[in-house]
Design a protein around this ligand. Structure first.
Ligand SMILES: Nc1ncnc2c1ncn2[C@@H]1O[C@H](COP(=O)(O)OP(=O)(O)OP(=O)(O)O)[C@@H](O)[C@H]1O
Ligand SMILES: [Mg+2]
Length: 404
């Protein structure tokens, strides 16, 4: 009287095969996602599959699934084939499940985390980001997902960590949501102010599940505060993930900062942070993505004018430009004019590009323009600029060499 789990897995697996579409007849259903239509195996449909060079047939006889393999192949492929179905259907189920957003709470009667459904609509398509960089990020994530065996052999914790840095409103948080949606991972958002001490931080990691994105926002701000509950070494241990009980647990860690120049280099050491991604203020390319997303505009007669203004530097974030577009969404021309006005008035005296005091650190500020200059001046008096050691980790920011 029990449900046959293998049957369910085979069913999920078969319905995912492209050969389902080869049937002359099929059943169509709406899926869970909006506008999703799914094909379902038709009764008496024969499905062909290929595995390790063997031809395999499945016949759906009134919902009994009949498997046919040639005798000569059976010994060799049957077990690995079933194993293959097992893991493919597990992956498919993972992708389907509803994502959750976890936040840590002070009251820890029922564990350290509280969850809510994670429904943030952000995707890599909606993020305004240089196309090349976006593709690099995607393929980096894909290769991470495939690297399970590799990490196992090395005895390393299977994780990948990203540092997102850039001024406010440049899409860092939206990027995290896009990342989670891309991977179909849950999000654990760690509020460091609610962490009582280093061991509490360990506990948070232990109580998180695999296939999750673990997020610490504004790490630089937190580290610069003197009176904080968790120490630098606590955070470093956390980043290394040495406490994850099982190495098979894939995790992605994301840290955000406004700027990384005043952060202890130990934090940024390769292996702790694998990928650095710079989020610049809005440029013309990002503007076009936003115009397309928010206003449905692929082109407009005012675009050349906007482009020209951007060439003189911009000091508006994508968030600020996005807001102007949303406010004027009923009239694209008005929206563009308000963007032009804002860029022109913000540009006055703010787009200073020279930054002599910056020395070796100035490269980072190149594109960030005035905000960053302000930011830099704020910090300059307070902190000694540490000589930034050459970082060997992957730096995906496209503009490291500019500026100065
Ligand atoms: N690069 C971008 N592409 C698309 N939308 C963006 C981008 N940057 C900002 N936005 C829009 O602006 C809003 C604010 O962005 P977001 O919260 O991601 O910025 P942030 O970098 O996390 O800022 P903060 O440092 O203040 O937390 C979002 O609603 C998002 O839609
Ligand atoms: Mg944010």
């Amino acid at each position: 009287m029990q449900r046959n789990h293998l049957y369910h897995k085979v069913w999920v697996y078969l319905n995912s095969l492209t050969s389902v579409e080869d049937s002359d007849f099929t059943n169509l259903f709406t899926g869970k996602k909006p506008n999703e239509i799914v094909l379902r195996l038709d009764p008496n449909q024969i499905i062909e599959d290929d595995f390790l060079g063997a031809k395999i047939f499945w016949i759906n006889e009134d919902n009994n699934l009949l498997l046919k393999i040639r005798k000569a192949d059976k010994r060799r492929v049957l077990r690995p084939y079933l194993q293959h179905i097992h893991s493919v259907s597990d992956d498919l189920e993972d992708q389907k499940r509803d994502l959750k957003l976890y936040m840590n709470v002070v009251d820890n009667q029922k564990g350290r985390w509280r969850s809510a459904p994670f429904t943030h609509p952000s995707t890599f398509e909606t993020i305004a980001m240089e196309a090349d960089l976006k593709n690099k990020v995607k393929s980096d994530l894909e290769s991470f997902l495939k690297a399970k065996q590799y990490y196992h052999r090395l005895g390393r914790v299977w994780k990948r960590s990203y540092l997102l840095y850039g001024p406010s409103g440049t899409g860092k948080s939206s990027f995290i949501a896009a990342l989670a949606n891309f991977l179909s991972y849950d999000v654990y958002d760690i509020g460091l102010s609610k962490v009582s001490d280093d061991s509490d931080l360990k506990l948070l990691l232990l109580q998180s599940t695999a296939k999750s994105v673990i997020v610490i926002e504004d790490l630089d701000r937190y580290l610069s505060e003197k009176s904080t509950a968790s120490s630098l070494s606590g955070i470093l241990n956390f980043m290394d993930g040495i406490l994850t009980s099982s190495c098979g647990n894939e995790r992605v860690m994301v840290f955000t900062m406004n700027g990384k120049d005043h952060v202890d280099p130990a934090i940024l050491r390769p292996g702790r942070i694998d990928v650095h991604i710079h989020f610049p203020l809005c440029d013309f390319t990002a503007f076009k993505t936003l115009a397309n997303n928010y206003l449905g505009l692929k082109d407009h007669k005012l675009f050349p004018q906007v482009e020209e203004i951007f060439q003189n530097g911009s000091s508006l974030s994508p968030a600020e430009i996005g807001e102007l577009m949303i406010a004027n969404r009923n009239s694209p021309s008005r929206a563009l004019k308000s963007v032009i006005n804002a860029l022109q008035s913000e540009g006055d005296g703010r787009s200073s590009k020279s930054l002599d005091e910056g020395g070796e650190t100035s490269g980072v500020f190149g594109k960030e323009g005035a905000n960053a200059v302000k930011e830099f001046k704020k910090w300059y008096g307070l902190l000694r600029v540490k000589s930034s050691r050459k970082s060997q980790s992957l730096d995906l920011s496209s503009d490291q060499k500019e500026g100065g």
